[in-house]
Design a protein around this ligand. Structure first.
Ligand code: FA5
Length: 346
């Protein structure tokens, strides 16, 4: 019997080396380990042996069975790798060194609007900053006057990481770090910073709500900053982006990090205010909340609220792009639908 096992082992290794596909591998598995397979037959033959012989031969047959099973699993991995390499070999090849021509990419509509606003604000002395996407709970909430258990946290439910950090729910999460970085204005010139960024919220999706969207935030802090400065900058922003007058409304709004706070809504550009799914049939879309920075927020940022005041705004950049380009559904932006997205060029 031991001689037989040696022969089977030899035969298996020869046949395995000739295998080129999963189907052939399966055939081999059946012919050695299947119900009537060569190894299975040897197991059946054990019953004709004496108990003593059975013990030794049984161990040998099982050893061979395990070796064959193991070899088949290994060979399957090799085959998969071969198939993968073959697929790459057969796939279309790109020459990345060819300069872009008509087929070159275009800017995403959100990037176009972002760049446009950055350019306008740069000419008015604003520094452009970048906020982190993964933030501490402190920066996202506590540092903007939203302590633990504050009901305002419910409106910005997000995705938490195992280490306790979270995907930022608003660009305001960068306010504290920016204030600490630049400090109070030293030259009499107000501190002016613009910080766009991707935000995340655990939302019920609809035509104007995404779970991943862009905001663009601005702050201006100095010794004489008032609501009239705020209104002026909001007007400039909208008239430059739309290059025409748009209908807006300003109403009181509550945000723990500003006092007083405002909601600046835009008349829905899709239905011109008559009501549609994009504006949830209200005729208006919340676009540009803003207000005077709360003294607590300035203090936590290391700026003395008795000496300085400032305004902050948190523009819904994705929604602004919807209104500018007449896009009815916000989900288009993350859809990867190149054909639709590349039609917006300026
Ligand atoms: C905020 O996020 C405040 N941090 C904004 C702010 C900054 C106020 C500074 C005052 C001072 P709000 O949750 O309303 O506020 O979001 C701001 C804007 O982001 C909204 O008006 C809307 O245009 C946009 N937005 C909010 N949630 C979504 C969403 N799920 N999908 C798309 N846009 C959204």
């Amino acid at each position: 019997m031991l001689e037989n096992l040696e022969k089977i082992k030899q035969q298996f290794s020869e046949e395995l080396n000739a295998v080129n596909s999963n189907a052939e591998l399966e055939k081999i598995r059946v012919s050695f380990l299947g119900k009537k397979g060569l190894v299975t037959e040897q197991l059946k033959n054990l019953r004709d042996l004496t108990p003593e012989e059975k013990k030794t031969a049984g161990m040998q047959v099982n050893k061979l069975k395990n070796e064959i099973e193991q070899a088949i699993v290994e060979y399957q991995k090799t085959l998969e790798e071969k198939e993968y390499l073959q697929e790459i070999e057969n796939s279309e090849h790109y020459d990345y060194t060819i300069p872009g021509g008509r087929g070159a990419g275009t800017l995403h509509p959100i990037s176009i609007v972002q760049k446009q606003i950055e350019d306008i604000f740069k000419t008015m002395g604003f520094i452009i900053e970048d906020g982190l996407e993964i933030q501490t709970e402190y920066n996202n909430f506590e540092a903007v006057n939203i302590p633990k258990n504050h009901p305002a946290r419910d409106m910005q439910d997000t995705y938490y990481l195992d280490n306790g950090q979270l995907l930022k729910t608003h660009t305001s999460a960068a306010q504290n770090a920016i204030m600490k970085k630049y400090g109070a204005p030293k030259t009499g010139e107000p501190l002016r910073v613009l910080f766009p960024g991707r935000c995340f919220r655990n939302e019920n999706l609809d035509a104007s709500h995404e779970n991943t969207f862009f905001q663009l935030e601005g702050i201006m802090i100095g010794d004489d900053i008032s609501i009239s400065n705020l209104i002026y900058f909001m007007k400039v922003l909208l008239s430059e982006v739309f290059e025409r007058d748009v209908k807006v409304r300003l109403r009181p709004g509550f945000f723990p990090f500003v006092e007083p706070g405002f909601e600046l809504d835009i008349n829905c550009e899709i239905c011109e205010g008559s009501g549609c799914p994009t504006c949830k049939h209200s005729g208006w879309l919340e676009l540009l909340p803003c207000g005077m920075i709360h003294p607590n927020v300035l203090r936590m940022g290391g700026i003395d609220p008795d000496k300085y005041t400032g305004f902050a705004f948190g523009l819904g950049l994705t929604r602004l792009a919807m209104m500018k380009y007449n896009i009815k559904d916000i989900r288009l932006f993350n859809s990867g639908n190149i054909k639709q997205l590349r039609q917006f060029t300026r």
